[in-house]
Design a protein around this ligand. Structure first.
Ligand code: NAD
Length: 354
């Protein structure tokens, strides 16, 4: 068996912990990539993996992505991520969530958790019963930020798509811009609603076809089958499902000018960034454009530690900085001939002292 630290995705992570609790049936991995800038922050994913090595790969890649994301968003946090290995039926119990929370607590604040795919606000409320190192908790009132980071992530992506459309197509509005959205969950659905409001022409796709269809009817959009969405002729392809859809085959199928969406780890491998550039497709690095959610949960966490509510305007200010960061990356990319993902990685690595 190959040791995991020799795997391509192991990047001198500070800690990779396997958590087992036979009583509740919990198996989880907590990966801390870097605490250079502060406690490692990143959500918990609850997912059924065909093989446990896929879960390890996700934990390693996603936690490194969080180091980069938090650094590029200017947050005083390092990068970490947890994955809970669900059974095929995705059985989730309060006992299992409590056992996971106890493991987070034992890390003494080196890792701060929040929602990711498969984990809800209600789950985080259970986590908060056992540890203080948690964010994304429900809040009261419209002026207070907190809770499900999905809507903030979607808002940041919407700003990012607008920046890409301005940069590549010279348009200040999404009116008449054709956007193909892969995944219509919390993030993709939010992006679709915001883009529709501005007059974008949408094609929606989800492996849960009813979900895509329902949203399409609400927004007057078209739908495409899950295996066809990457070939839809459009201005913007927006990946908002799970990662790694931009591989050799996926990139060859694209018929768009821009790739800008919220999925983590969109590029199957980092050389797929230059491949997009060679095809003349402008890429918005995933961890820069999808930072809205972590901006919200981090500001919520820091405010709670100071004993005050988190002002939603502070989060909005954070989201408004996403277009400027993307512009900086694209400008440097054009000046140097280095692809945007590599420019962003180099910036992020400098920020985390690597
Ligand atoms: P979600 O579970 O609410 O939605 C994901 C959707 O994608 C589901 O409807 C699912 O059926 C669909 N899907 C899965 N595979 C698909 C495929 N091959 N084709 C089409 N649809 C597919 O999750 P979410 O919170 O919306 O997150 C979406 C992505 O954004 C994930 O990669 C996540 O890591 C990333 N992300 C989320 C946040 C957040 O705040 N929620 C923040 C940053 C990044």
């Amino acid at each position: 068996m190959t040791a995991f630290w020799t795997e391509a995705d192991y990047d001198d992570h500070e800690l990779v912990q396997l958590v087992r609790d036979p009583a509740s049936g919990l198996t989880a991995i907590i990966a801390i990539h870097s605490t250079h800038l502060g406690p490692a922050a990143g959500g918990t994913r609850f997912w059924h993996y065909a093989e446990s090595k896929d879960a390890m790969r996700d934990a390693l890649r996603l936690s490194r992505g969080m180091s980069y994301k938090n650094a590029m968003a200017g947050l005083p946090m390092g990068g970490g991520k947890a994955v809970i290995l669900a059974d095929e039926a995705k059985t989730k119990t309060p006992q299992m969530i409590h056992a996971f929370a106890d493991a987070v607590e034992r890390l003494g604040g080196r890792y701060v958790t929040a929602e990711d795919v498969g984990i809800s606000e209600a789950d985080m409320t259970l986590v908060a019963e056992r540890t203080q190192y948690v964010s994304g908790l429900p809040v009261d009132g419209d002026d207070t930020a907190g809770g499900d980071p999905g809507p903030f992530t979607a808002m940041g992506i919407f700003h990012g798509i607008k920046a890409a459309v301005r940069h590549k197509l010279g348009k200040d509005s999404l009116e008449g811009v054709r956007i193909a959205i892969q995944g219509t969950g919390s993030v993709g659905g939010g992006v679709a609603r915001l883009a529709a409001k501005e007059g974008a022409i949408l094609t929606l796709s989800d492996i849960n076809e009813d979900r895509a269809q329902e949203l399409a009817e609400e927004l007057g959009a078209d739908t495409a089958a899950a295996d066809a969405i990457m070939s839809v002729a459009c201005d913007v392809f927006s990946p908002n499902a799970l990662g790694a859809t931009l591989d050799d085959e996926g990139i060859a199928r694209l018929d768009c000018a821009i790739v800008a969406g919220g999925a983590n780890n969109q590029l199957a491998r980092e050389h797929h960034g230059p491949m997009l550039a060679e095809r003349g497709i402008l890429y918005a690095p995933d961890y820069v454009i999808n930072a809205g959610g972590i901006i919200s949960v981090t500001l919520e966490y820091l405010a709670r530690n100071e004993g005050k509510p988190c002002d939603i305007n502070e989060v909005r200010k954070g989201l408004a900085q996403i277009p400027g960061r993307l512009e900086e990356i694209w400008r440097e990319s054009e000046a140097s001939g280095v692809s945007p993902n590599r420019v962003a990685d180099a910036m992020a690595q400098r920020l985390i002292g690597r």
